[in-house]
Write a protein that binds this ligand. Sequence first.
Ligand SMILES: Cc1cc2nc3c(=O)[nH]c(=O)nc-3n(C[C@H](O)[C@H](O)[C@H](O)COP(=O)(O)OP(=O)(O)OC[C@H]3O[C@@H](n4cnc5c(N)ncnc54)[C@H](O)[C@@H]3O)c2cc1C
Length: 383
Amino acid sequence: MSNRSYSSQPKSVVIVGAGIIGATLGYHISRRAGMTVTLLERDLPGAGASGHSFAWVNGFGKDPRAYHTLNRRSLDMWYRLAHQLDADIGIHYGGEMRWENDPRRATQLRQRVRQIQTWGYPCRLITRAEMLALEPHLHPGDVLAASLSEADIHVETDTFIDVCLRRACEAGAVVYSQTAVTGFVVRDGSIAAVKTVDAEFPCDVVVLASGVQTTELASLAQVQIPQQQSPGIVMKTTPCVEVLHNVAVIHAPAIDEKHQHLHLRQLSDGSLRIGQGTQEGINRDDSQQQADALLDRARAYLPTIGDARAIPTPVGYRPMPLDGFPVLGFTEAVPNLYVALMHSGVTLAPLVGEMATLEIVDDVRVDWFASYRPERFSVRSSG
Ligand SMILES: Cc1cc2nc3c(=O)[nH]c(=O)nc-3n(C[C@H](O)[C@H](O)[C@H](O)COP(=O)(O)OP(=O)(O)OC[C@H]3O[C@@H](n4cnc5c(N)ncnc54)[C@H](O)[C@@H]3O)c2cc1C
């Protein structure tokens, strides 16, 4: 039962942030009859974490099982969203291939594959010959274990965000770029308007889809949404010939103890995105030297990368709630303030966009979000 003071049919929704989450929500909400949607973006759409992401859509490394299932559901929803948007949204199909050259890690990979197979994830062990049949130009080195997660994809986030915002605007939404939210007008405990430097936007509901800045914005409304700092780097290159022919993403092993795993995907313009370590790994070295060294390591596995050059790519900050899990839902303290904050937002965007729309427009509580409510961080003062 909702304790919100506004009507159960909100009309006017202001979304703060036009990253992948704000854009997907903007698309879904604006399709609903009677809704008016305003998106306020302080920079350009996609300039936050979404534009720095590796954008691998997966459930492979997600634990515990309930969180894996959430990601898996969203992965499956990408296909329908692509159909609905009816445009090139920058999806690359083909799955994720990985392999290991170290006995301990090979054992871990075999165990993980068996575990997620029992969870119904379309992942299987493959032989070296199968790897080379999929990617004939790959020089994998020693292969002690290899796997293919066939449903995994990657997404060109700029293209996807652009399409979502275009469709939202066609349905009547208004997007303001380079318009930073600076505060809220609070009346009777709810947000009556969202403030920017030179305007106020009256609203029935405010959605914070503001990535790492969500914590600061929520605190302006006296709501606590703590985050941990999670810097990471996904390096960009100049375009090169097609280096991956069938799979969308590869994870290659470390060449020695001193190095981390490497992950790579290729965009439609031929440029590569390369990262290292895990999906949550901390990385702050955005020097050209580091980027060149990473590209050299990738070239050892994929010599067809040829003379592509590493483009300096600054550190990106993952929106990362303190416990690592999404924060989704209306807040108790400010009943018309909705928070949508998460890591793995590229994977989760279709599910969050559609299910949060049910919560915002239809005033229901989707039980898939039950473990991820904002109140888990509330510290009630005794005074
Ligand atoms: C290095 C790295 C690798 C990643 N790899 C993956 C991956 O492989 N798979 C995956 O699923 N996820 C990955 N992620 C995480 C994923 O990219 C994020 O979870 C997702 O992009 C979050 O989207 P968002 O829209 O919530 O946030 P953002 O994209 O950060 O968007 C928030 C927007 O809010 C705007 N904003 C902030 N403050 C204000 C304000 N005051 N007024 C107006 N606008 C404001 C910002 O400018 C920004 O555009 C990765 C992230 C990083 C950084």
